[in-house]
Design a protein around this ligand. Structure first.
Ligand SMILES: Nc1nc2c(c(=O)[nH]1)N[C@H]1C(S)=C(S)[C@@H](COP(=O)(O)OP(=O)(O)OC[C@H]3O[C@@H](n4cnc5c(N)ncnc54)[C@H](O)[C@@H]3O)O[C@H]1N2
Ligand code: MOO
Length: 448
């Protein structure tokens, strides 16, 4: 009898064979969620010029020294400086320019007085805003009374106070989330070099499968695996193509996979990998000559990886039958998952998601396991010698120094799709454990 693989051995074997995607240059929004492969150097200072942090008046500080509401400093307004202004007036003694947030500080000015610290040019009490320039020139010309003094550079954002030219804005290896994309845009980068999202082709197999939305005939069921796997692939950051269910016909399946390889950086199949007479994935892919004229059993090893697909038994429940290999001229990784819906999903989480993350250059581990106390009326039993992944509902702790709780959802059977949809975590029970009493601590992998 052939070897039974552990979950960790199977995962390590997959990750050993996966090469990260070749970097390409992508426009900023296309690079969202991708890993940067270059150190990005800041080309120019940010902000690029001294500018106002307030709507108000640009002044010389000596002109407003000691100013109060009772004894205001009266200044002559020489014009407006709006954000984007390139024709700046020079502020001389006794003068001021009305200035907007983000507008360049005009020559001669040393600080900005917020409009609320002035009469806004109305001759009345303290202003609370400026009238729109398009409707009124009040405050833009004539005189303004300043009610409070300012210190040098007050309400001025200095050139380079955010980031200096020549410094590293983002280092290689950074994952580009919204704030990182914002920084790249701010320093003027329209595109960056990243590892792109992998394209994943998702195929389900089974002559009993009918697409959702179509009526079922005798013995038929709706294809749910191709949907859950496509959604999971997208959720893991990939570009996923769902190919509808392929009938249990080895030649047809081979032809479909061969056609799909052109747009695949990774292929995922579900079903057809156990020991039945119609287990088509096994039949189609374990043949010698899996699309590349090479041996499926590892005789042609390159870089530690083989061509062809190897089918294995794992010490795991659900998800015992698994297959992995490299196929086609590009040696595209393929993971063949078992067809039972819970088995397919759990296998995706354990093996496909890390493989996709490795392709993207991410740390393969997406989820972080946490301890939790088992909340259950009776003891849980688990098959000894198998690592079991039960579905559970995890409630985080109120205080961070105590574990949360987890309640099993549904049973261990791998056809329980409804229970899976109510769960938010997997309960990871080690091979050697056969029973867990209520209140005992278990390891939980939250799924959100
Ligand atoms: N004699 C044995 N029989 C089975 C064994 C075994 O060791 N000896 N292993 C069982 C285990 S464990 C699993 S898991 C399944 C794996 O079977 P396959 O990967 O060959 O999957 P199928 O037979 O095609 O389907 C299994 C089950 O799942 C349903 N299914 C399949 N595809 C879909 C889909 N896209 N959407 C919804 N449901 C799907 C299918 O109708 C079957 O009910 O083998 C056990 N048998
Ligand atoms: O391994 Mo199967 O996935 O137990 O149902």
């Amino acid at each position: 009898m052939s070897k039974t693989w552990s979950v960790d051995e199977h995962l390590e074997d997959i990750l050993r064979s996966i090469r990260p995607m070749e970097p390409i240059e992508l426009k900023l929004l296309d690079a969202q969620g991708c890993v940067l492969v270059e150190d990005v150097i800041v080309p120019g200072a940010l902000p690029p010029f001294d500018n106002s942090s307030m709507d108000g008046y640009a002044v010389r500080i000596a002109d407003v020294e000691g100013a109060s509401e009772e004894f205001p400093a009266v200044l002559t307004v020489i014009g407006d400086v709006a954000a984007g202004s390139d024709d700046l007036p020079t502020v001389a003694g006794g003068q001021t320019a009305r200035i907007m947030t983000g507008a360049p500080l005009p020559p001669g000015a040393e600080a900005v007085v917020p409009v609320e610290w002035t009469d806004g040019g109305t001759g009345g009490g303290p202003a609370d805003s400026m009238p729109a320039r398009s409707t009124s020139l009040v405050g833009a010309l004539g005189e303004v009374r300043v009610h409070r003094p300012v210190t040098a550079r007050q309400h001025v954002r200095a050139q380079g106070s955010d980031v200096q030219p020549g410094t590293v804005a983002l280092t290689a290896g950074t994952v580009l989330g919204p704030p990182q994309i914002g920084l790249l845009a701010a320093i003027g980068r329209g595109s960056v070099t990243v590892r792109p999202r992998p394209r994943v082709v998702v195929l389900s197999t089974g002559s009993e499968l009918v697409p959702p939305g179509e009526p079922l005939g005798p013995g038929q069921i709706h294809d749910s695996n191709s949907f859950v796997l496509t959604a999971a692939a997208r959720d893991a950051g990939a570009i996923a193509y769902r190919v509808g269910a392929v009938a249990d016909d080895a030649e047809g399946l081979r032809a479909t996979i061969e056609d799909q390889l052109i747009r695949a950086d990774l292929v995922v199949t579900s079903g057809g990998v156990s020991v039945g007479a119609y287990d088509v994935v096994k039949e189609a892919l374990s043949r010698v000559d899996t699309f590349s004229g090479r041996d499926a059993h590892g005789d042609q090893e390159t870089d530690g990886a083989r061509d062809g697909v190897e089918f294995r038994r794992l010490a795991m429940q659900p998800g015992k039958p698994q297959g992995f290999g490299l196929i086609g001229p590009e040696r595209t990784p393929i993971l063949t998952l078992p067809g039972n819906p819970v088995s397919a999903y759990v296998s995706f989480e354990l093996f496909v998601s890390p493989a996709l993350r490795a392709l993207m250059g991410h740390d393969p581990a997406r989820r972080k396991a946490v301890p939790a106390r088992l909340e259950s009326d009776s003891a849980l039993s688990s098959p000894e010698g198998k690592r079991q992944f039960l579905r559970g509902y995890y409630t985080p702790p109120e205080k961070s120094d105590t574990p949360g709780t987890v309640r099993p959802v549904g049973g261990a059977s791998s056809h329980l799709i409804a229970a899976l949809a109510q769960a938010n975590a997997l309960i990871d029970i080690p091979e050697k454990t056969s029973e867990i009493a209520p209140g005992e601590e278990v390891t939980v992998v939250p799924l959100d």
